[in-house]
Design a binder for this molecule. Structure first.
Ligand code: ADP
Ligand code: MG
Ligand code: ZN
Length: 624
């Protein structure tokens, strides 16, 4: 994948980044040289001894041989002393030779020079560090670019690493997002034959922005476009452009486009565009790297404007936060076409499941449509994960293929968390949990329009759940009426109502239910204006459209008085739901008790058992 490097890098990018490195390295190396020298000298194991001791040893016959310098005598002991075999002493005695003769020591009058050892003690460490230096520089060269790039090329695009000559993904691997696929078909046709497209003077959109929640297959789609058209795929992630040093990111953008131009027709894909294209000035002020981001974004805008669409380059980008993108990116002539990649509906989920089921051994009893019905709200990535989980479940029980039951187990595991069978509850707590869950289940069965209960269990799961009631929607819902939401609130509060009715206590077990109920009630008041007293105005600040959540903007924008009314309305909704739940359970107290007992016996009750149990449920008493 070695591309010819077009030209030596420009701009301040390469060199400026290296200077601190060199300085730091030099300082470290110097320190190292001194340390190593010390070690080297020590390792010579020379014992400095006073001259008198030398004479003493000489007399005792402990000296084997000496080298006499002009003012030093170095030599070797006959036997090691304190681990040292050699010694050095400053010479004092002039008529040494006679003494040496007397005690029968071999000696030489050669004047030993200190030069060589000293030289070695300096040169070796220096050589050592120079070698490391060269090695590091070589490494940086290859990281910064190919041969000839040199370490100055450090600011060069990493994009080259990510260029894929042929992508192994096609539209056949993407399912459930048919509208997006249809939009992108045109791009594929253009890439296949850029020239004939300009025949009537129409021009291709330069940039296509894929927007949608995480995991819906945006990255996958971009790759599929390249694979389908059979063109090279240059991909980078927005955050890769954002470098610590000002100018590096901009140089990368320039380089990326330059390389792509050499390979047209091709696709440049910028994933997570929001990391780079955040509205200028919107980030936390005074934060480091801000200038850098701005420069990089500007460079991207320049490149977008600067290239000719008929050259056969299409730029795709993906983001799950389009609302924070800089408006300049979205204007005509830049990312002027936006394709929504939304969560799949039931049919879409079934189609995605079929794609991923191809990769595992499935038993004939697995029906993708049934699994799709179990998984409303799942994205493509969730479904891919589900298939994998199911395969893991099947593997664990040593099955020959993945069966339908493996899928239901995997769904439960993903929705409710892992079973924690070893979390032992004391009997009294199990009883409370059984009544609590039965309370949810009864309300969900009695109130109209609630998702049917699929399973009730008192096996602890996940992080905090002591039991769970699994409701399964029969279809995707896009609209909810006030009555339906109120019923949902009552189901959520059914657990606490059952505890209240049977034990006359309030426990911590309902914390999660209460939080969810309050959240729904709050949305009913401030987002959907479902409370007549507050009129038709809404009181949300700002909504992130693709994540369906409210972005807190700090200050609320309504009066103290409205705030109080909102609080009252929310409280009233939740309290009314609790009263309804209590009333229903009171009327069905016998079934509640019986159901809880069976739950204590069997731990888990499936749909059929529940239906039988709930046959004689009394409906909600008439309001009033
Ligand atoms: P995004 O970029 O939107 O966050 P990805 O494209 O990275 O999502 O999707 C992650 C994985 O989920 C993909 O690799 C694929 O296995 C699976 N996936 C997501 N959407 C789809 C889809 N529409 N069809 C098939 N598989 C999908
Ligand atoms: Mg992605
Ligand atoms: Zn509950």
């Amino acid at each position: 994948m070695a591309e010819p490097r077009p030209k030596p890098p420009d701009g301040p990018s390469g060199g400026s980044r290296l200077i601190p490195f060199h300085v730091a390295y030099l300082a470290l190396a110097l320190l190292g040289v001194f340390l190593l020298r010390d070690l080297w000298v020590q390792s010579q194991a020379v014992a400095p001894i006073p001259y008198s001791e030398f004479q003493q040893l000489l007399r005792e016959g402990q000296i084997a041989e000496v080298l006499v310098g002009s003012d030093e005598i170095r030599g070797e002991f006959r036997e090691e002393r304190d681990g040292k075999a050699r010694f050095v002493t400053t010479r004092v005695e002039p008529d040494l030779a006679a003494d040496l003769e007397k005690y029968d020591v071999e000696y030489a009058g050669r004047i030993e020079s200190d030069f060589l050892p000293t030289l070695l003690s300096w040169v070796l460490p220096v050589l050592f560090f120079v070698a490391i230096w060269m090695f590091l520089l070589r490494r940086m060269m290859s990281a910064g670019g190919g041969p000839g790039g040199g370490f100055m090329a450090i600011g060069k695009s990493k994009a080259k690493v990510y260029v894929e000559k042929s992508v192994g993904v096609t539209f056949a691997d993407v399912a459930g997002v048919d509208e997006a696929k249809a939009e992108l078909e045109e791009i594929v046709a253009f890439l296949k034959d850029p020239r004939s497209y300009g025949r009537l003077g129409a021009r291709m959109p330069k940039g296509v922005l894929l927007i949608g929640p995480p995991g819906t297959g945006k990255t996958l789609l971009a790759r599929a476009v390249a694979g389908q058209a059979g063109v090279p795929f240059f991909s980078v992630t927005g955050s890769e452009f954002v470098e610590m040093f000002v100018g590096v990111g901009a140089a990368r953008v320039r380089d990326l486009f330059e390389q792509a131009r050499g390979q047209a027709p091709c696709i440049i894909f910028i994933d997570e565009l929001d990391a780079l294209g955040r509205a200028r000035g919107a980030g936390p002020a005074g934060f480091g790297g801000h200038d850098e981001k701005e420069q990089t974004l500007n460079q991207l805008l320049v490149e977008l404007d600067g290239f000719d669409p008929s050259s056969g380059i299409v730029i795709l980008a993906a983001s799950n936060r389009p609302e924070i993108l800089d408006p300049a990116l979205l204007r005509a002539g830049r990312f002027d076409r936006q394709v929504l990649v939304d969560r799949p509906d039931k049919l879409g989920r079934a189609a995605i499941l079929r794609v991923h089921l191809r990769k595992v051994d499935v038993a004939p009893d697995v029906d993708p449509d049934a699994v799709a019905a179990l998984t409303p709200g799942f994205t493509g990535a969730d479904l891919a994960n589900l298939v994998n989980e199911a395969a893991l479940v099947a593997t664990r029980r040593r099955a020959d293929a993945v069966h339908a039951t493996d899928f239901t187990q995997a769904v439960e595991r993903i929705v409710a968390g892992l079973e924690k069978r070893n979390r032992l509850l004391i009997p009294r707590e199990r009883e409370v949990v059984a009544h609590h869950e039965m309370g949810h289940a009864i309300l969900a069965s009695v109130l109209p329009g609630c998702d049917p209960v699929h399973k009730v269990s008192i096996i602890p799961r996940g992080v905090g759940a002591l039991g769970y009631t699994l409701q399964r929607p029969t279809e995707d819902r896009f609209l909810m009426t006030r009555a339906e939401l109120e019923n949902k609130l009552a189901v959520l509060l059914g657990g606490r109502a059952a505890e209240r009715l049977v034990y006359d206590h309030l426990s911590t077990g309902a914390a999660d239910d209460l939080a969810r109920a309050t959240e729904i009630a709050h949305d009913m008041v401030v987002r959907y204006a479902m409370v007549p007293e507050l009129g038709n105005a809404t009181w949300v600040n700002e909504t992130a459209p693709y994540l369906g959540m409210t972005v807190p903007r700090g200050a609320r924008e309504y009066s103290e008085e409205t705030a109080r009314e909102i609080d009252c309305a929310v409280r009233e909704l939740v309290d009314r739901a609790f009263d309804r739940a209590l009333a229903v359970l009171e009327r069905n107290r016998a079934i509640l008790g019986g159901g809880a007992r069976r739950l204590l016996d069997e731990e888990t009750l499936g749909q059929d058992a529940l239906e039988a149990l709930f046959e004689k449920l009394e409906p909600e008493p008439e309001a009033g």
